[in-house]
Write a protein that binds this ligand. Structure first.
Ligand code: S3P
Length: 443
């Protein structure tokens, strides 16, 4: 979709469909980064062509990695740990992706040359000190000194040392960044991490890279060591739960509708959205559960629900729903009672300040909210039925702001103009095709 704006004037009619969503972004980026460090050919089936993932491949190609697409399969010829082959003065553009921009730094901590890392307007506003600081302690160098945002330069070192690291945000990007640094660092890196998605740990285990994990209720204690080598590995990328969430909520909020979303990654560290919605009365079911390459996958079954309840959202679910709050806010807007989401300041550190922008969209819809930098109270209206004109500018081109707005328009009615629709390509290129397949009217 290359239009500047889409118009939506009608709610979606009832639907009963089975869909597949694009492959999981977190897993795809990680697979590509690890494959580049493996020896020989790795293949990922059902590889998504979302922009964040494609930018990962482009960065790896600049680092001398050979990559081929054969239909929906991606082949990477790894050159072994720190086997990159590149000239001086290369620039790696991470585009919109915090995961790529942050994680790739860990693979460059031995780089003999300065490498420039850039990103788009949104990524250039985001904090990188959260990964620069631990990587500096390990021995990497960053320029200009004390700069905390992109563009930055990284130069590696031959004198790397292991660290003890406390990850206190519940950020999988920070945790993964330090874990990945162990591929090049002698000794043992020790991490105490607040709970967050564990795809990196799963890949370490799957590839038999030395890792020990001990868990208590709040923290994971992780010890990682440099492997001798990494074997190449093949995977089939499952559907992305973060993309599925938009269709789960569309189904819940529409009348007399049903959906089955096939083969989605339902790793327990990712399904906060399902747990939260089920606490609100959604009755979402997971069936045909399978374990593939260390990750849990299932089909997701959802039916319309007219009587969602409000929620005082337990903070221990925050990290596992971190990318889904915007879409959850729409359910809270239609639920009976006041919903409360707290300790979510990290939302304002995403592709756009999502807590701020999400609350502005709710207010525009006539929903009462009380919001500050860390929490939001949403006063639900079970009779929500929109009739006015609504405009979403989406200046930072945040893919999830865009998709939230589309789902609001199709669920609640009104006359919507939503700008920058091509931002969906960041994570979910088939979003609009699927909306049309369900019967959604977009112009
Ligand atoms: C991601 C982790 C999350 C998430 C992002 C992807 C990952 O960020 O918001 O979309 O793949 O590790 P944080 O870990 O910084 O919260």
């Amino acid at each position: 979709m290359c239009k500047k704006v889409i118009n939506i004037k009608n709610k979606i009619k009832k639907f009963d469909k089975k869909i597949y969503v694009d492959g999981d972004k977190s897993i795809s980026i990680r697979w590509a980064l690890f494959s580049s460090q493996a020896i020989g050919k790795s293949v990922a089936h059902n590889f998504p062509k979302s922009e964040d993932v494609i930018n990962t491949l482009k960065c790896l190609q600049k680092l001398g990695i050979k990559i081929k697409f054969i239909n929906k399969n991606c082949e990477i010829i790894g050159r072994g740990i720190n086997g990159f082959n590149y000239k001086k003065n290369i620039v790696l553009n991470a585009g919109n992706s915090g995961t790529l921009g942050r994680l790739i730094l860990s693979l460059l901590i031995k780089s003999p040359y300065k490498i420039k890392i850039t990103g788009d307007k949104s990524l250039s506003k985001r904090d990188f000190s959260r990964v620069i600081n631990p990587l500096k302690r390990i021995g990497a160098n960053f320029y200009p000194k004390n700069k905390e945002k992109l563009p930055i330069f990284i130069k590696g070192s031959e004198l790397l040392r292991p660290i003890n690291y406390f990850e206190e945000r519940g950020s999988a990007q920070c945790k993964s960044c330090v874990m990945l640094a162990s591929l090049n660092t002698p000794g043992e890196i020790v991490i105490k991490a607040k709970k967050s998605r564990n795809h990196t740990e799963n890949i370490f285990n799957f590839l038999k890279i030395p890792i020990k994990i001990r868990k208590n209720k709040k923290f994971d204690f992780i010890r990682v060591k440099k492997p001798q080598l990494i074997q190449s590995f093949n995977v089939k990328i499952p559907g992305d739960i973060s993309s599925s969430a938009f269709f789960i909520v569309l189904t819940l909020l529409s009348k007399n509708s049903k959906i089955i979303i096939k083969n989605v990654n339902v790793n327990s560290t990712r399904i906060g959205v399902i747990k939260i919605l089920n606490k609100m009365g959604a009755k979402i079911k997971l069936k045909n559960i399978k374990y593939k390459y260390g990750e849990k996958c299932a089909d997701i079954f959802v039916k319309s629900r007219q009587n969602l309840k409000s929620i005082n959202c337990p903070t221990n679910l925050n990290s596992s729903a971190i990318d889904e709050f915007l879409i959850l806010f729409l359910c809270a807007a239609k639920a009976k009672g006041v919903s409360y989401f707290k300790d979510i300041s990290e939302l304002n550190q995403k592709e756009s300040p999502r807590l701020k922008i999400g609350s502005q969209i709710l207010k525009m819809m006539g929903i009462k909210v009380k919001v500050n930098d860390n929490s939001i109270k949403i006063y639900g209206n079970p009779n929500l039925d929109l009739k006015k004109k609504y405009v979403v500018k989406n200046n930072l081109q945040d893919h999830r702001v865009l998709m939230m707005s589309v789902i609001a328009a199709l669920s609640f009615g009104g006359d919507w103009r939503i700008f920058n629709p091509s931002s969906v390509n960041t994570s979910f290129p088939s979003f609009f095709k699927l909306i049309r397949y369900l019967g959604g009217n977009l112009n």
